[in-house]
Design a protein around this ligand. Structure first.
Ligand code: GUN
Ligand code: ZN
Length: 451
């Protein structure tokens, strides 16, 4: 992908309304999500969808004719780590070993702002290349790394939620916070970035074992002082980690209860993994309108465990799919949907294709508490769209051509598509197009940007 930073003349091309044509994934609820065939989507110069209507009712010109493609809301990745771009595909004997051996050394390099800026640019381009238009992202303990990530996202109009990692114990000295300084920097970053463009800030304690009680209490105080920012952390990912937390916080009822005691479980709080929760924890998530970021490829890669999709469904708490790169083994939403399906099957549960798509698009946006102008293709919504072309590979083209129902179509796309099939990603009205055909889909260039 050509970075937008390297192609300044390709951006800020002013344009009036633009019109897309294709089959559209639509619906405000799990029950109503469906493919509406041969629709027209009109987007104004501010990047807002002004109409979605049957193509037969449209008299005007078509700028982007994607008949035979699916136009879906941009994917929402509910949890991943920007400094772990270079950690992806680093094997280890489970979470704690992986953190020590690969992750902490990689994150130390982000003390260098030049390195942070270079990786931030690659990272956000990789999101767009995979059709992801919103994501909740961990940076490192370095405020300059947050600045780099936010700046790279701002220039592409991405709807990112991101935050500086808080960790003041059980990590290498180069990554260990001075507690008060970490809280001060968090507040400064909230003021600098939250609400700027489509950016949001998340208070980001890494996980309970790497924060002192004082740091968690400070994070909770900031969350109270700034009720409209997000909170994100890890919870109940791995049995060794869960046992460690029980030792460190002997008075807490459960791992999640540690965070609850510090008033961190609340609306707009995102808890990654949640494999080892019990029903009381799930009820707490639901009661506080929090959400679980489910990370299937990570859970398989690190051998963390199998998320209980049936219990999540029964307890009716919000959840969204996530890549958890670099613990996760791919940026691809299709890989996450496939792994989610397989994990559910290993526990005797079957996720429907509509559930897979819902929890990675519109339902994910709702779970995270994003504004209801995000994650949907409807009039008044921000134009975050991904065009998926089944014919970009012969196998999927054949399978899609034979599929008779929405369920079959969505299932074969979830299981067989990859980044080759992303024809175009539109990010808040900015159009990024994948040039070329099979095998050259990494040639993404920004095509236009509202004035
Ligand atoms: N728990 C604490 N830190 C991390 C991390 O970076 N990745 C994952 N998967 N789990 C964590
Ligand atoms: Zn993570």
């Amino acid at each position: 992908m050509t970075s937008i930073d390297q192609a300044p003349d390709a951006v800020r091309v002013g344009w009036e309304s633009r019109v897309w044509r294709g089959d559209v994934l639509q619906g405000d609820s799990l029950q109503t999500l469906h493919i509406e065939t041969d629709q027209v989507i009109v987007v104004n110069a501010q990047g807002i969808i002004t109409a979605v209507l049957p193509a037969g009712q449209w008299q005007g010109a078509i700028d982007h004719d994607f008949r035979q493609c699916l136009i879906a809301p941009g994917f929402v990745d509910a949890h991943l780590h920007f400094p772990q771009l270079d950690v992806i595909a680093s094997p280890a004997d489970g979470l704690l070993d992986w953190l020590e051996r690969h992750t902490f050394p990689a994150e130390q390099r982000f003390a260098d702002p030049t390195h942070a800026r270079a990786v931030a640019s690659l990272f956000v381009d990789e999101l767009i290349r995979h059709g992801i238009t919103s994501a909740a992202v961990f940076a490192t303990v370095h405020a300059t790394a947050v600045d780099a990530l936010m700046q790279a996202s701002l220039s592409r109009n991405l709807a990112l939620i991101a935050g500086r990692v808080l960790q003041d114990r059980h990590c290498p000295p180069g990554l260990r916070d001075d507690t008060e300084q970490s809280l001060l920097e968090t507040e400064q970053l909230i003021q600098r970035w939250h609400g700027r463009g489509r950016l949001s800030y998340a208070i980001t304690p890494r996980f309970a074992p790497s924060s002192t009680e004082r740091q968690l209490a400070g994070a909770g105080e900031l969350a109270q002082a700034y009720p409209d920012v997000w909170v994100q952390s890890h919870v109940a990912e791995n049995p060794d980690e869960v046992a460690w937390v029980a030792k460190l916080f002997p008075n807490a009822r459960s791992y999640l209860d540690v965070y609850h005691r510090f008033k961190l479980v609340r609306p707009r709080s995102i808890w990654a993994h949640g494999i080892y929760l019990d029903d009381a924890d799930r009820a707490l998530i639901r009661h506080h309108q929090a959400s679980i970021a489910v990370c299937p490829t990570s859970n398989l890669f690190l051998g963390s465990g199998l998320f209980d999709f049936k219990a999540a469904t029964t307890s009716a708490h919000a959840w969204a799919l996530a890549s958890d790169v670099g613990g996760g083994s791919s940026f691809s939403p299709f890989r996450s949907m496939t792994a989610a399906f397989e994990i559910a099957r290993l526990r005797g549960h079957t996720l429907s294709p509509v559930e897979l798509w819902w929890h990675h698009t519109t339902g994910a946006a709702q779970a995270l508490g994003l504004p209801n102008t995000r994650g949907r293709l409807a009039a008044g919504c921000e134009a975050d769209m991904v065009v998926i072309d089944p014919s970009a590979s012969e196998l999927l083209g054949r399978r899609w051509g034979q599929a008779l129902t929405d369920h079959e179509r969505l299932f074969c796309l979830a299981l067989l598509a990859d980044d080759r099939h992303i024809r175009q990603t539109t990010v808040g009205g900015n159009i990024w197009k994948s040039e070329g055909s099979l095998g050259s889909s990494d040639q993404c260039t920004p095509r236009a940007h509202q004035g």
